[in-house]
Design a protein around this ligand. Structure first.
Ligand SMILES: [Zn+2]
Length: 139
């Protein structure tokens, strides 16, 4: 189970340390996350680093290859992130991607789609609602 645990820990590290929250990942809607995962997996396969790196979707400052096992853990975590992004885009039930700071304190993470569903209606000011009702429902 160590390999899957390591991938889950890496995914959490990406959220906590790199700031790759659900909202951030949702901006990468052109397959960039899947491409990044592929690049890490290609390099882990022993393909020449330059050949693999030409498919890197972002600025090279974010390209941080390590040894083969670590590259595969990064690839796995990026694949999980991309699957979660696709599921959100398809309107499936969101998964918790909250950062550990919020989880430890059992507080809702505003960047986590499962903690703060986007279809929750905004809080209505009851006084303003009463004024609007008096005006025939016109704000
Ligand atoms: Zn959450």
């Amino acid at each position: 189970m160590t390999a899957i645990k390591d991938i889950a820990a890496e995914r959490q590290r990406q959220i906590n340390m790199e700031g790759w929250t659900a909202a951030h990942d949702d901006t990468h809607d052109l397959g960039q996350i899947a491409a990044a995962a592929g690049v890490y997996a290609l390099v882990a396969s022993g393909r020449h680093l330059d050949v693999a790196a030409q498919f890197w979707p972002w600025d090279y400052q974010w390209w941080k290859p390590c040894d083969a096992r670590r590259n595969l853990v990064k690839a796995g975590a990026l694949i999980v992130a991309e699957i979660q992004r696709l599921d959100r885009a398809a309107g499936l039930e969101p998964e918790h991607t909250c950062s550990s700071q919020y989880r430890m304190r059992e507080l809702p993470d505003p960047d986590c789609p499962a903690c703060t569903p986007s279809d929750t209606p905004p809080e209505v000011d009851p006084i303003q609602a009463a004024i609007d009702a008096d005006n025939g429902g016109q704000p």
